[in-house]
Design a protein around this ligand. Sequence first.
Ligand SMILES: [Mg+2]
Length: 268
Amino acid sequence: MPLNIPGLLVPFHLIINPRLVLPSIIVKDIRQLDFKELRKAGYRGAVFDKDNCLTLPHEDALVPELKDAWRECREAFGTGNVLVVSNSAGTRLDPGEIQAESVTYQLSVPVLRHKSFKPSYSCISAIRKYFRSLPKPLEEHELIIVGDRIFTDIALANRMTRSTKHSAAISVSEKEKHDVQLHEYSREVNTRTGPLAIWTDGVWKKENMALRWMESSLMHGLLRLLDGKTKFELSEGLSRFVKPIPPPHIVEKTSLLSRLLGRLRGAS
Ligand SMILES: [Mg+2]
């Protein structure tokens, strides 16, 4: 597998935007997500990673344990509003788009065709184009983005977040009004809107474990540095989207040789 250059460049982007790798929600797997609640809250579409999120790496079939959750997701959002964005199926690594067709058949949702790996801006453009071409177009803030890799899936979601400036009223006391002699009391505030970034930290088959450890350590380090938190805390407004942790699943083991090869290949 070729190197994922957009993924490898993420640490440099952190210098400008250290929050790039911070998810909004962390779950073990998609069984913990309450899709009906997300839909009720105004989220109308979903982007899912494939490998180690919905399927075993390099396989096309849904992990059997996720069958009910996946059905609930498609029922909540509607099949056309759920999109798989993979760094394998639907990319240049998928000649003839055979794997993309197979995944679409197995998961019953479309697979995005894109030229550049997640989290590239070219891939983000392709995602935007897809959701804007729907009969009822969707904007970024109406999406959830779910994946098992911080440097690809979470960075992709956070890169889709945009700042918008608008005026907001300021509460000014009568004395202050007198002092400053102003008639209008408003200022520009920045509001950031974008998709909900959801990290699934459970793996169905061990792959790139050293890189995963590094991504997770960096994410937790930044949480400590930026917010003074020793562990990830779900904000109160988001807790209604998360169900209890499902029973543990058996992680498939890979040989030492394939683990070493996986580490050498880098982010996928
Ligand atoms: Mg993955």
